[in-house]
Design a protein. Sequence first.
Length: 211
Amino acid sequence: MKRVLFILLTIVATVLAVDAKEAIPVVDPDETFVSAPDDVFPTLDTDTRMDMIDYYNCGYNRPSLDILEDSCMMIAKDSLSVTITIGKTQEHQLSMPTYKHIILISTYSIPMEDSEIKFYDNEWKQQPTENFIILPTLDDWLTDEGAKNRIDVENIMPFIAAKYDFKAIDGELTITNSMNQYYDKDTWEQVKQWIRPCIKYKWTGKKFKKQ
């Protein structure tokens, strides 16, 4: 009797586990890209986005054209994210580290690379950035040598441009300063000792935590 009861309980537990697993929605980066509202990718209509996906999935290194006739391509994809380019100055990385969270990193070459990060729920309602990450300030960028020369840093470097790269599968966000693309070689040799080359964050499942 005990053996029969044990078997029945095991079957019930297995069925419940399977049902719970099946109840978790699967992240589909292609679907997320196609479903993005027009104000997220205003120059990419649905047909163009689907063409970009098809070309990438088939291994064709072939650009599409957006409504402004700029070339656009999907250049990378994994199970949680896609990366596309628009023209020569835009790169967009769209990630879903969980089904409930959409993260969009847009990088613009102006000419140095500079990124912005935005957060959405799974219905594409934009969420406050500060709910998910505390963006780096000058204090975060300064090396020990930079802290000793803070006034000089502020005079020579009034802003810090940086590129964001999120590896959604590993949950690692790397913010790399791109100021070497802004200064001439001699000036950069003078100031590079003052700021860190990059700052790293880790996705906790709900937000980013600085490492």
